[in-house]
Design a protein around this ligand. Structure first.
Ligand code: FPP
Length: 243
């Protein structure tokens, strides 16, 4: 929620039409680093730094859920040193930021098959989720070892084990997804200019508005976020109907 009248004016957004759920594909860390002759891992480190103000701004704007694509089911094929560095950055982020996120009213959750993450990363996640479980202002949903197809296959397999001969409906399938109970994203942002979905939230983005910016993720700041929300608010959402 806006904290003051001046905050309303400063961000010049329609407070009655905020996206409830924003999903972000944080792309371009590697290219950001390479353009500066720095190792790719340095780009990921800057990427984590960029994430923090975005989380805070979303919480303050009254967004209910922010889902960020931090590690995909396909990312395991990257060099081992890069995968290890990403896991270390995740743990550093959780260690350094959980207390402040809790103070901001942010509850940390995950989507993806986290059982396959290294045990050290898993236990850091479980600890952060436990500490922030009661926070109500916003959910920060970390997509980790996440793939949209993998999520659908896991959901259907869970359903097969429990079903009682009834047909599968959209509502039932949605209730078996990792995002069960969460609203679908209204706005999907992708940084670095690529116009791809990359196996992200295939089911949930059915009616999301897509916003692509050329800005590399490490340079994506709250000003950029507000630009994306402004673009979202300028669009007419029809959900398959006529205007
Ligand atoms: C894409 O950049 C980004 C990723 C594969 C990982 C995103 C991860 C972070 C921002 C940091 C980790 C997150 C947390 C929550 C600790 P890329 O490497 O594909 O960039 P490129 O397309 O320029 O090579």
């Amino acid at each position: 929620m806006p904290t003051s009248e001046s905050e309303h004016q400063r961000v010049d957004l329609d407070w009655s039409r905020m996206p409830r759920h924003i999903a972000i594909i944080m792309d371009g860390n590697g290219r950001w680093a390479q353009a500066r002759n720095l190792p790719r891992v340095f780009g990921h480190r800057q990427g984590v730094l960029a994430l923090k103000p975005i989380v805070k701004t979303c919480a303050r704007l009254g967004v209910s859920v922010l889902t960020v694509y931090a590690f995909s089911t396909e990312n395991w094929i990257r060099p081992k040193a890069e995968v290890d560095a990403l896991m270390d950055l995740l743990m550093e982020f959780l260690r350094a930021e959980t207390a402040e996120l809790k103070m901001e009213g942010v509850s940390i959750r995950t989507i993806g098959d986290i059982a396959k993450l290294p045990p050290r990363a898993r236990s850091a996640l479980q600890e952060s989720m436990r500490r922030t479980a009661n926070e109500q202002r916003m959910i920060l949903n970390l997509a980790l070892n996440y793939g949209g197809r993998d999520e659908l296959v896991r959901a259907v397999n869970r359903w097969i084990q429990r079903r009682d001969n009834e047909a599968l409906t959209e509502e039932t399938l949605a209730s078996y997804l990792d995002t069960a109970g969460l609203p679908d994203p209204d706005l999907l942002i992708r940084s670095s200019g690529e116009e791809r979905i990359s196996n992200f939230m295939l089911w949930q983005i059915a009616y999301a508005e897509i916003y692509v910016t050329k800005t590399m993720w490490p340079d994506f700041d709250p000003e950029e976020l507000i630009k994306a929300i402004r673009a979202f608010q300028s669009r007419t959402r029809r959900f398959g109907a006529v205007e």
